[in-house]
Design a protein around this ligand. Structure first.
Ligand code: NAI
Length: 362
C-alpha cells in the first residue's frame, strides 16, 4: 500500500494540464503517493445532476488530503461555485495563502515571506443578505430602528457580518500552531476594531486571549486593516504570519500575491479539522485550455504545501528549490513569465516543458 493516498481533482479549463504537470513533478521526487482521481465541475453535471457529486466529497473526507485544479463556475447555471461548496461541505475553515518572493518572476520585492491565514466560514461572506426593496429587508430596518440601534435608509440592501468567538478562536489558534510548527517569529492579527467594535472588536479580543497562551514562544501584534495595506506595500518584510477575518483575508492575500508576482505564483490551501484541499489561487483561464501554455507554478507550489502537510518536507523543499532555479534562470519559462521579464513571449516554453525543466532540477 502506498504511504499516502491523495484525492486528485483535475478540474477544468487549464486544470487538467497544470495538475498533470504537478503530478509528474511530485512523482519524480519519489514520494510514495497513490492518487485517487475524481472529477467535479460542469462536465459531470449530466451524469450526476450536480457539479459536486457526493462521492467526490466522500473521497476527500476518506483520504484527508486532496489537491485540485481550478474549476469553472458556470455563469447563470443555477449552481454555486464548486469551490465554495467543497469548503462548506468539509468545513474547511482555514484558507492558507503563503506569499514569498521568487527571483525571475518580475516581483516588486525580493524579501517577502508572508503566510496569510484567512478565516473561511463567516464574516460578510457568510452569505446572509437582505435584498433592497423586499418585505424582509423593510422588517429588518424597522426592527433595527425600534431597538434604537440606528437608522438605515429605507432603500438599502443589507449584508450581515457575523464574527463568533468559536471561529475566531480556532483560526487564531491555527495561526499560532502554524507559526510554532514552521519556526515563524510573529503573528499579526488584522482588524478594524476601532470602528466595528462588536465584530472585529470581538475577533481582536479573542486573538489577544489566544496570543497570551503563546507568550514567550511566538510574538503577537495587531494592526488595523487600512494601515496593514499601506505597511505591506511600503515594507512587506515587517510581516510574518498574518491572521484575518474572511473579507480582509480575501483582499489582503491578493495584495500580498501582487507583491510577489501575481496570482500565477500564488499557491493556497483550504484546511479543516479532518481534511485539507490544496489548490492554486487562480481560476481555470478558459482561453488557454488545451494549448499547453498555462503556467503551472501555483499548482506546483500548492503541491509543495501539500507535501509539507503530509510530512514530506524534503520532497517539498526539493520542488521549491527546483522551481526557484528554473525561474531564476529564465530560459524554460511559460509565456506569462517570459513576457513579464522580456516584454515579449519569444523563447517561452509550454506547460509540460516547464515541468520537465523542474523535474530535471529536482
Ligand atoms: P483566472 O484566474 O482564470 O484568469 C485571470 C487571468 O489570468 C486571465 O487572463 C487568465 O488567462 C490568466 N491566468 C490565470 N491562471 C493562469 C495560469 N496558470 N497561467 C497563465 N495565465 C493564467 O480568473 P477568471 O477569468 O476570473 O476565472 C475563470 C474561471 O475560473 C471562472 O469560472 C471562475 O469562477 C473560476 N475560478 C475558479 C477558482 C478555483 O477553482 N479555485 C478560483 C478562481 C476562479
Amino acid at each position: 500500500m502506498a504511504k499516502h493516498t491523495v484525492t486528485l481533482i483535475p478540474g477544468d479549463g487549464i486544470g487538467p494540464e497544470i495538475t498533470g504537470a504537478m503530478r509528474r513533478i511530485v512523482e519524480a521526487t519519489g514520494v510514495d503517493i497513490a492518487w485517487e482521481v475524481v472529477d467535479a465541475g460542469a462536465g459531470v453535471v449530466e451524469q450526476y445532476g450536480t457539479p459536486l457529486p457526493q462521492h467526490v466529497i466522500d473521497a476527500v473526507r476518506r483520504n484527508g488530503v486532496a489537491i485540485k485544479g481550478p474549476i469553472t463556475t458556470p455563469v447563470g447555471g443555477g449552481f454555486r461555485s464548486v469551490n465554495v461548496a467543497l469548503r462548506k461541505a468539509l468545513d474547511l475553515y482555514v484558507n492558507l495563502r503563503p506569499a514569498f518572493s521568487i527571483q525571475g518572476t518580475g516581483a516588486r520585492y525580493d524579501d517577502v515571506d508572508i503566510v496569510i491565514v484567512r478565516e473561511n466560514t463567516e464574516d460578510l461572506y457568510a452569505g446572509i443578505e437582505f435584498e433592497q426593496g423586499t418585505a424582509d429587508t423593510a422588517e429588518l430596518i424597522e426592527w433595527v430602528e425600534a431597538k434604537g440601534a440606528g437608522v438605515i435608509r429605507p432603500d438599502s440592501g443589507i449584508s450581515l457580518k457575523p464574527i463568533s468567538v468559536t471561529a475566531s478562536a480556532r483560526i487564531v489558534r491555527w495561526a499560532f500552531e502554524y507559526a510554532l510548527a514552521n519556526d515563524r517569529r510573529k503573528v499579526t492579527a488584522v482588524h478594524k476594531a476601532n470602528i466595528l467594535k462588536y465584530s472585529d472588536g470581538l475577533f481582536l479580543k479573542v486573538a489577544r486571549e489566544i496570543a497570551a497562551e503563546y507568550e514567550g514562544q511566538v510574538e503577537f501584534e495587531d494592526r488595523i486593516v487600512d494601515a496593514t495595506c499601506m505597511g505591506l506595500v511600503l515594507r512587506p518584510s515587517d510581516f510574518d504570519v498574518m491572521v484575518l477575518p474572511n473579507l480582509y483575508g480575501d483582499i489582503v492575500s491578493d495584495l500580498a500575491a501582487g507583491l510577489v508576482g501575481g496570482l500565477g505564483m500564488a499557491p493556497g490551501a483550504n484546511i479543516g479539522m479532518d481534511c485539507a484541499v490544496f489548490e492554486p489561487v487562480h481560476g481555470s483561464a478558459p482561453k488557454y485550455t488545451g494549448k499547453d501554455m498555462a503556467n503551472p507554478t501555483a499548482e506546483i507550489l500548492s503541491a509543495a504545501l501539500m507535501l509539507d502537510h503530509l510530512g514530506e518536507r524534503d520532497a517539498a523543499a526539493r520542488i521549491l528549490g527546483s522551481v526557484r532555479a528554473v525561474l531564476a534562470a529564465g530560459d524554460s519559462v511559460t509565456y506569462d513569465i517570459k513576457r513579464t521579464n522580456t516584454g515579449s513571449t519569444e523563447g517561452c516554453v509550454g506547460t509540460q516543458a516547464y515541468a520537465d525543466a523542474v523535474i530535471a532540477g529536482l
